[in-house]
Design a protein around this ligand. Structure first.
Ligand code: ADP
Length: 453
């Protein structure tokens, strides 16, 4: 096992990694920016190194500064968390050449999955179902029109370097294709420095389902089942649950088996998530793979009792799967996660500042992952996620009631949060009946259901 791990992240996920390391008896070093000097990760890590001013490019994304900190602290490994440098293959490469283990897959796999159109082709070759679409990058809008004729409208053009829902356009007819193609290309070039686009069939009212896998360094891959993440605003997840009401035990086993074989063929290692859209006929279609721990990993932890972050660290240290997991994966009950963002609940604008009162809920089956505290400051420079509220119940009904009461008992004052929005989602009859798809929030907002009465 490693002696010392550097945590190249901040906020709740940095604290989550510190928890895992403490339980494994591994020392921790956290890096922080000047804006995070008084943060809980800095307080709870064994060592903390300030690596620069608040701006991301000068601190958390500054690879030479992060590597210097790792070298000064003399760590054996780096855990990147999610976001920031987690899917930066160059960073993973620099870690390895500096003799520091990167807790994640090898850089070439991160690179392959980061080019979404190549990932699609690799998954297709490995036997994973994908949506009909273009082969390779679209050279021009003319080529896009040719593919769209073959695939059939509606189609969606997507950025190969995509993330966070940017560089994506739904196209419903040939007339509107050239303009939407140009818009998507410009948006992708602006956001990712790469305007490459590809095309897929657009699925109407799909649900977003993703599978969690773990792969050790000895060729063993296991599936931990699915999470449903259809409650999204502008393609960003807000609420996740496991299991999905759409996935039967047979379908879970069938997809799990396909993925274990595919990821063994690809040579995958560590934790990973394979995202799918499920259509109205309950067919799953691969859309992308994330090569890191996900924000929503706790829902899987709650229903499987597997600590995914500890598993990541053990796998990276060379432990075989039967040491990482104690027996077969068993799913128990139902878990839901609400993302509590520092945002105005109706306008969705960021809300930084000082938290004046903070009281997280507790009780049976309730978990709160957060680095926020009373009198703490939410800096304006970073992601707006300040807490994740996760509950587990014996079934979906119990989990929904538990989440509703936990939201009611969650006090955050001084800043706006998405707690009131979640309370209204939890009370919605369609949500309660499990009638959800990726268009749920859009319809919910169009009906004005987010507003206080
Ligand atoms: P990103 O990496 O930008 O998050 P994804 O490929 O993961 O992009 O897609 C994000 C979301 O966009 C999906 O969860 C879904 O809501 C929507 N989406 C993506 N591809 C399609 C498609 N082919 N049909 C319908 N919706 C899609």
């Amino acid at each position: 096992m490693f002696k010392k791990v550097l945590i190249a992240n901040r906020g709740e996920i940095a604290l989550r990694i510190i928890c895992a390391c403490k339980e494994l008896d591994v020392r921790t070093v956290v890096i922080y920016s000047e804006a995070d000097r008084n943060s809980l990760p800095v307080r709870f890590a064994d060592e903390a190194i300030c690596i620069g001013p608040p701006q991301l490019a000068l601190s958390y994304l500054n690879i030479p500064a992060v590597i210097s900190a790792a070298e000064i602290a003399n760590v054996d490994a780096v855990h990147p968390g999610y976001g920031l440098l987690a899917e930066n293959a160059n960073f993973a490469e620099v870690c390895e050449t500096s003799g520091i283990k990167f807790i994640g897959p090898p850089p070439e796999i991160t690179r392959l999955m980061g080019e979404k159109e190549k990932a699609r082709a690799a998954m297709k070759r490995a036997g994973v179902p994908i949506l009909p679409g273009s082969e390779g990058i679209l050279a021009s809008d003319g080529e896009a029109i040719e593919w769209a004729r073959q695939v059939g409208y509606p189609v969606i053009v997507k950025a190969s370097a995509g993330g966070g829902g940017r560089g994506m356009r739904i196209v419903r007819s040939e007339e509107e294709l050239p303009a939407l193609f140009t818009q998507a290309q410009a948006e992708a070039a602006g956001a990712f420095g790469n305007g490459d686009l590809y095309m897929e069939k657009y699925v109407e009212r799909p649900r977003h389902i993703e599978f969690q896998i773990l792969a050790d360094q000895h060729g063993k891959v296991v599936s931990l089942g699915e999470r449903e993440c259809s409650i999204q605003r502008r393609h960003q997840k807000l609420l996740e649950e496991s299991p999905s009401t759409q996935v039967t035990p047979e379908l879970r086993d069938q997809i799990g088996a396909i993925l274990c074989k595919a990821l063994t063929d690809i040579g995958y290692m560590n934790a990973g998530t394979i995202e799918f859209l499920i259509d109205q006929d309950r067919r799953l279609h691969f859309i992308e793979m994330n090569t890191r721990i996900q924000v929503e990993h706790p829902v899987t932890e709650m229903v499987t009792d597997v600590d995914l972050v500890k598993s990541q660290i053990m796998i990276a240290a060379g432990s075989p799967m039967d040491e990482v997991l104690h027996g077969p994966i068993v799913h128990r009950g139902h878990a839901i996660e609400c993302r509590i963002n520092a945002e105005h609940p109706e306008k969705f604008t960021p809300s930084a500042g000082k938290i004046t009162a903070f009281h997280p809920p507790g009780g049976t089956g309730v978990r709160v992952d957060t680095a926020a505290y009373a009198e703490g400051i939410i800096p304006p420079y970073y992601d707006s996620l300040i807490a994740k509220l996760i509950v587990r119940g014996k079934d979906r009904d119990e989990a929904v009631s538990r989440m509703a009461r936990a939201l009611e008992m969650f006090i955050v004052e001084g800043i706006y949060t998405t707690i009131p929005l979640h309370r209204r989602i939890l009370a919605d009859p369609d949500f309660r009946a499990g009638k959800i798809d990726t268009g749920f929030i859009e319809r919910f907002l169009a009906a004005g259901k987010e507003k206080s009465a």
